[in-house]
Design a protein around this ligand. Structure first.
Ligand code: NI
Length: 167
């Protein structure tokens, strides 16, 4: 397994779109293992392949307190959505920034699991929000895109400053 570098906003590669996975083979399983390791290392609850510069529709998540319940979803589709709800979100690609984002309250998701088997389930609460956030990544979209351009520009400047301080 290997830790993968996480792209940080405003890296233009975060705007790429992911393509569906054709077959869940050993290469894909290695990517999944590396993504999970990377997510746990950075204390994230979700990571999309786009964030580690892999343009495939792969998402890993773990919303459990003990970080022992990894979830992998491949080629996800939202086939039904109900309600509306605001929740505070953060992102490993936009470190230190949190903002409330409107999401559907409950979604019905169709996807492949890490073995390549077809799955369908409903998700709400934190899991539902997390899936919607990660699915946005697969389309090149970030949670800060829901904010005003002025706020987004402020975040960009703030992250730039932090980056400069780290050099
Ligand atoms: Ni994110």
């Amino acid at each position: 397994m290997a830790l993968l570098p996480i792209l940080k906003f405003p890296d233009p590669r975060l705007r790429h779109k992911a393509v569906p996975v054709a077959v869940v083979n050993d290469e894909i399983k290695t990517i999944i293992a590396d993504m999970l390791e990377t997510m746990y290392e950075d204390n994230g609850i979700g990571l999309a392949a786009i964030q580690v510069n892999i343009q495939k529709q792969i998402i890993v998540m773990d919303i459990s307190d003990d970080k022992n319940d990894p979830k992998v979803i491949i080629n996800p589709e939202i086939i039904d959505a109900k309600g509306n709800e605001l929740m505070s979100e953060g992102c490993l690609s936009v470190p230190g920034i949190y903002a409330e984002v409107p999401r559907a309250q409950e979604i019905q998701v169709k996807c492949l699991d890490r073995e390549g088997n077809s799955q369908e389930f409903s998700a709400d609460g934190l899991l539902g929000h997390c899936i919607q956030h990660e699915m946005d990544h697969l389309q090149g979209k970030l949670f800060i895109d829901y904010l005003s351009p002025l706020k987004r520009e402020r975040i960009r400047k703030k992250l730039e400053k932090v980056r400069k301080q780290n050099f």
